[in-house]
Design a protein around this ligand. Structure first.
Ligand SMILES: [Fe+2]
Length: 301
């Protein structure tokens, strides 16, 4: 019966601007269940899976027209405080930088592995890479019965959107929804969150390609202190010449890069917050022509 409730909720989303905006701000199925509950629709994960599959068949998703292939640009970075029109976005970012009290920080710290952290230094082009990658990913592909939030070896960080049972969640979702509206006003088109991550001290995201979701991403990155106690960096491999590029990070970066799916164009990248600071990273799916909508007077860093 709650499959029907869930289906009704999914239809409700289509007819409500308020709900549609909130749906663009959520990235985890737990958030959808929580959002349904808020609007009086009670369903669980199984209901959502069943309802979504039939719902997706009846309402074909909107596919943007294919864009012309342009020469590859791998990466752009801006100081978001220098972007004209980003003032409110920078202010709203403060409301997203939360540390949910439901995160088990002791377990987080215990899950740190020096050997995995060192994997950040191995190039994806190295012959030893593939075997090591497969071994690390095993915990994700075949989770054990005792799996917990920090069992994933490639993902030593906190996915904020998986923490819905804390007093600050509602205000956080409101802030995410306002952020969507601000970004849509800036870019002049639909924007969606792709992920909201908190990197506590010594967090890392090992080498990955994000290949399941092709297209341009924007990440808004910030810290709680300007500097201190180590370094944080974003590292990628240039798909053409296999060169490893390491970019040291500082507060308030707006970073753009393109995710490709063809094997020879995969954008291998990784992130480390090897510092005592807290780092936050909010990802968004942005249109292919985002650069045209970006004020030309702002120079990339
Ligand atoms: Fe990524």
């Amino acid at each position: 019966m709650s499959i029907q409730t869930c289906t009704t909720f999914l239809h409700e989303i289509l007819s409500s601007t308020e709900l549609r905006q909130q749906m663009k701000a959520v990235t985890d199925t737990r958030e959808i269940i929580e959002l349904g509950r808020k609007y009086g629709y009670i369903f669980d994960m199984q209901d959502l899976i069943a309802a979504s599959s039939s719902f997706n068949q009846e309402s074909a998703p909107h596919q943007p027209p294919p864009t012309e292939q342009k020469p590859a640009f791998y990466h752009y970075e801006y100081d978001m405080e220098q972007i004209r029109g980003f003032e409110e976005i920078v202010k709203e970012l403060e409301n997203l930088k939360i540390k949910p009290p439901t995160v088990d920080m002791e377990r987080y710290e215990q899950s740190f592995r020096t050997d995995d952290f060192q994997f950040l230094s191995l190039s994806p082009a190295d012959p030893a890479f593939e075997g090591r990658y497969k071994e690390i990913m095993q915990a994700h592909w075949e989770p054990s019965a005792e799996a917990h939030e920090f069992s994933r070896r490639d993902f030593h960080l906190v996915n904020l959107d998986q923490h819905i049972n804390h007093p600050g969640y509602e205000a956080y979702l409101e802030a995410k929804t306002r952020m969507i509206s601000l970004l849509e006003a800036f870019f002049g088109c639909e924007i969606r969150f792709s992920g909201s991550m908190w990197y506590p001290p010594f967090a890392y995201r090992l080498w990955h390609t994000n290949e399941s979701q092709a297209g341009w991403r924007m990440y808004l990155i910030d810290f709680d202190t300007p500097s201190g106690g180590g370094r944080s960096f974003f590292r990628y491999m240039n798909p053409e010449n296999k060169e490893i590029v390491t970019l040291e990070e500082r507060p308030k970066i707006a970073r753009f890069f393109k995710i490709e799916q063809a094997k020879e164009k995969l954008f291998w990248h990784c992130i480390a917050n090897a510092s005592m600071r807290n780092r936050w990273s909010f990802g968004f799916i942005v249109p292919d022509n985002w650069l045209e909508r970006f004020p030309q007077q702002d120079n990339p860093i």
